[in-house]
Design a binder for this molecule. Structure first.
Ligand code: AMP
Length: 360
């Protein structure tokens, strides 16, 4: 695709107005762009730092046409955007990045794993599960324990359940609503890593160093980055990111979650076609963070440097933990990023703090 860089003053549309949309909007405004956010929730976190909000459902045809008409390029902060919505945005005259194909693949775990393996980005062994009858032969092949995940709309460990005994398979399938699913072999990883990478309209690439992630109750708690990895593993990550981005003809930032199997072997767990929680460390660890990088990519600007200047520990503040802000604000090594969410709910991502562990 030939694409002239969008000049400052152009308008960007963002579908979704949570914290990722808010931080994308802040990065866009630093580069001189105006942002319109579409989100059903009035006064959403992103809208309060943007030029305008269109308050509407993500499948509201009129609203999508209006957003497409008002925007030079439209992007997303989440991957479960209906395919029809992308069509309507394009009909409204906007460029949509990343494109419909990347979204379609990331929305369906079977499509995603099939694509990943086809470009050499190996995943855990898996089997598609459509009916309860598919479970026994799949368990036979994959072994126990195995992880059953809904094909669509799972996140933060939702819609997934371990099967430890073949006798529990039917109950497990019932517990995820007997929805189309994927059964995965257990990956016996030593740690969880992620890579944030970007691709521009011209095919240029930028790959950030690894983050090492730890979860609590299936929700990301901390990322330490750059993680210490040997050169071979780092090179393999660049290879995986390159294969995925080129294979999708991708434009924008992508998050790639990996299992470190030891001995230089990496398996891809999943990809997120958007800026990613495990990339928040880049805000205080890199000259060009993942949010600015995404804006640069989708507007046809040259990509920024993905090099890290500092080692960072990022910690998510969930629910009431956000009330620690006065102490954190008094700590000179802590960079606080608050999302401006009105309601504190248990487990809700309210803020994160990037702590500088040292200069590189
Ligand atoms: P996901 O929703 O796919 O990101 O999975 C959430 C978490 O479940 C991951 O971060 C892992 O800790 C764990 N997990 C997912 N898939 C597997 C697997 N095949 N084997 C072992 N653990 C897994």
């Amino acid at each position: 695709m030939t694409h002239q860089p969008l000049p400052p003053g152009s308008t960007l549309g963002i579908l979704g107005g949570g914290q990722l949309g808010r931080m994308l909007s802040q990065a866009a405004s630093r580069l001189g762009f105006d942002v319109i956010v579409l989100d059903p929730q009035p006064d959403c976190p992103a809208a309060r730092v943007s030029k305008r909000q269109i308050t509407a459902a993500y499948d509201d045809a009129e609203a999508l046409l209006a957003l497409g008409q008002a925007s030079d390029v439209v992007t997303f902060e989440f991957e479960n955007v209906p395919a029809r919505s992308v069509e309507l945005l394009e009909q409204g005259g906007a460029l949509v990045a990343p494109g419909a194909r990347a979204l379609a693949i990331a929305q369906d775990r079977v499509e995603e794993k099939t694509f990943l393996n086809s470009v050499g980005a190996t995943t855990a062994d898996f089997a598609a599960i459509t009916t309860v009858a598919d479970l026994a032969p799949a368990l036979e092949t994959l072994g126990l324990p195995a992880l059953l995940k809904t094909r669509r709309e799972g996140y933060d460990g939702k819609g997934q359940v371990w099967i430890r005994d073949a006798a529990d398979a039917e109950a497990a399938f019932a517990s995820i609503g007997q929805r189309p699913a994927v059964l995965e072999a257990a990956a016996r990883f030593t740690r969880e890593l992620s890579v944030i990478a970007a691709r521009g309209h011209d095919g240029s690439l930028a790959v950030y160093p690894f983050g090492e992630n730890s979860h609590e109750n299936s929700i990301l708690k901390t990322t330490i980055a750059p993680a210490s990895v040997d050169d071979g593993t780092q090179a393999r990550a660049v290879q995986i990111a390159t294969a995925i981005l080129n294979g999708l003809d991708y434009v924008g930032v992508i998050g790639i979650e990996l299992f470190d199997m030891g001995g230089g072997q990496l398996l891809v767990n999943e990809i997120a076609p958007r800026v990613h929680n495990t990339g928040h460390w880049t805000q205080d660890g890199c000259a060009c963070d993942q949010f600015e990088q995404h804006i640069r990519a989708i507007t046809g600007w040259p990509l920024g440097s993905a090099e890290a200047h500092s080692r960072i520990e990022m910690t998510n503040l969930l629910g009431e933990e956000v009330n620690q802000w006065p102490t954190l604000a008094a700590d000179p090594s802590a960079h606080l990023h608050l999302y401006g969410k009105h309601d504190i709910r248990s487990g809700r991502k309210m803020a994160h703090v990037n702590r500088v562990l040292g200069r590189l």
